[in-house]
Design a protein around this ligand. Structure first.
Ligand code: GUN
Ligand code: FE
Length: 449
């Protein structure tokens, strides 16, 4: 095509590429060549038989092509729901049900983010930890404090992670009264957060409107936030139907709404750029509302199990044609790694099939898709990322299954699909040799970082 003459190639790789498409949960492309242009986008992906032609068309030297050997590339992992501000206590404090857990651990911790030094330390650690584990795109909750939420955006940009960052909004908090805002303040600060973050023109960090959940927000605040999102065409995130206690309380607090989903829908908060976390206990009509509005679900299985919240039936969600991605939900979920989210998704699905033999458990291939392409669709980032389609940004993990301290072994008879399965079930950050976001190598870290 004519555009080829205007773009130049930065790097070309030859080897195995594994990704998902609309038609295939796992597509394995062996002896394939992929070119990344100077903008970090995928310029071409072809069989190696085309190498001579491509090198002439695109003007790269065949001797500059990097051979992957036993390694393979897969798309970066998309964490559709993570609380950066809860990372400090991840791996602890999982001994209470959700609402008590929020009052006892979460709200008192989040108050600390008034302090920019504290925030800088934790936010740097969570961005580095998640990148190290292959999260190339993350949808973050910060806290109610605007300045430290902006700092999270700055840190994601500095280390090169693609991110949606939300300043949390809440005007109800009986348990920890200092940790709430007035409606007026919350709206003013949300607008300041959005304006300031956009002004900084970070390439891949965007604001997301973030009402914490219906129990933390008055109808008035929800209404204003819906307006702000609509007027600026912004992403929206919140929580829904995580536990039955929460669903019951929402019913009491919003007696005029038909359902929990309707509380958000009434305030223009269900859109095709909305992602709702958990959704364990939605009714069929609520799922239909999600489908009709284009709202997606962040499935957070570690959190659902760790806080004994419930088990989301992913097959049922997919049957309703609702978009779904996976989330770690740090720190309700104790692991910051999306590989853990993949494993807990498989566990939950298998437990559902033990309880009901008619339930068809998800396959590892399907869950691989949810963690990559599915997540990009859930966050409406599928035009930029999610798989190795020409024109998308090159967000990728270079996996080495035979690294010297690999946590699993590979045998000579095993092909790429089996090796992918082993990596998803047994692998960890030792196998993730390099991480790329928009063509830029973000792992290993630069020396100064
Ligand atoms: N619902 C409202 N806030 C939260 C939170 O911080 N974590 C979880 N898991 N659920 C929530
Ligand atoms: Fe959450």
């Amino acid at each position: 095509s004519t555009s080829e003459t205007f773009t130049s190639i930065a790097r070309v790789y030859r080897g195995t590429f594994v990704h998902s498409t609309q038609n295939a949960a796992v597509e394995i492309l062996e002896d394939t060549i992929l070119g990344v242009d100077t903008e970090g986008r995928i310029a071409f992906i072809s069989t190696a038989a085309e190498l001579g032609t491509l090198s002439k068309t695109w003007g790269f030297r065949i001797s500059d092509v990097r051979h992957l050997g036993p390694r393979f590339f897969m798309p970066g992992l998309v964490d559709t729901h993570i609380h950066a501000s809860q990372y400090s206590y991840s791996g602890t404090a999982l001994d209470m049900p959700l609402l008590q857990w929020l009052n006892t651990y979460t709200f008192p911790t989040e108050v600390n983010y008034k302090d920019l030094d504290f925030a800088h330390d934790v936010y740097t650690k969570v961005v580095k930890r998640t990148l190290r584990n292959g999260t190339t795109a993350a949808c973050y909750f910060a806290t109610i404090y605007t300045d430290s939420s902006l700092l999270l955006g700055e840190i994601a940009d500095k280390y090169g992670q693609r991110a949606l960052v939300g300043k949390v909004c809440m005007d109800r908090n009986q348990a920890v009264p200092v940790y709430q805002e007035s409606v007026d303040h919350s709206c003013k600060e949300t607008k300041r957060f959005i304006g300031e973050l956009l002004k900084r023109k970070y390439a891949r960090v965007r604001p997301i409107v973030t009402p914490r959940f219906a129990l933390s927000c008055s109808a008035s605040l929800l209404g204003h936030l819906g307006e702000i999102a609509k007027n600026n065409d912004l992403h929206i995130q919140s929580h829904i139907s995580e536990t039955k206690d929460e669903v019951d309380l929402v019913k009491q607090l919003f007696p005029d709404s038909e359902s929990y989903a309707d509380v958000y829908h009434k305030h223009n908060l269900l859109t095709n750029k909305t992602v709702m976390a958990h959704a364990c206990h939605l009714t069929d009509s609520e799922l239909k509302l999600f489908k009709d509005t284009g709202t997606s679900i962040a499935h957070c299985p570690n959190s659902n199990i760790s806080l004994c919240s419930g088990m989301l039936d992913v097959q049922r969600v997919l049957k309703h044609s609702v978009k779904l991605g996976l989330g770690t939900d740090v720190a309700g979920g104790y692991s910051p790694s999306m590989l853990d989210a993949i494993r807990r998704t498989l566990d939950t699905s298998k437990i559902l099939s033990i309880q009901d033999p008619k339930h068809k458990a998800l396959t590892f291939e399907e869950v691989f898709r949810l963690a990559t392409l599915g997540g990009s669709e859930a966050l409406s980032l599928h035009k930029q990322t999610g798989n190795f389609e020409v024109g998308k940004d090159f967000d990728a993990l270079l996996i080495n299954p035979v690294v010297s301290d690999s946590p699993f072994d590979v045998f000579p008879s095993e092909g790429p699909k089996v090796i992918l399965e082993k990596f998803l079930n047994l692998g960890d950050d030792r196998n993730i040799e390099e991480v790329y976001v928009a063509g830029k190598k973000v792992i290993p870290f630069q020396q100064s970082e």
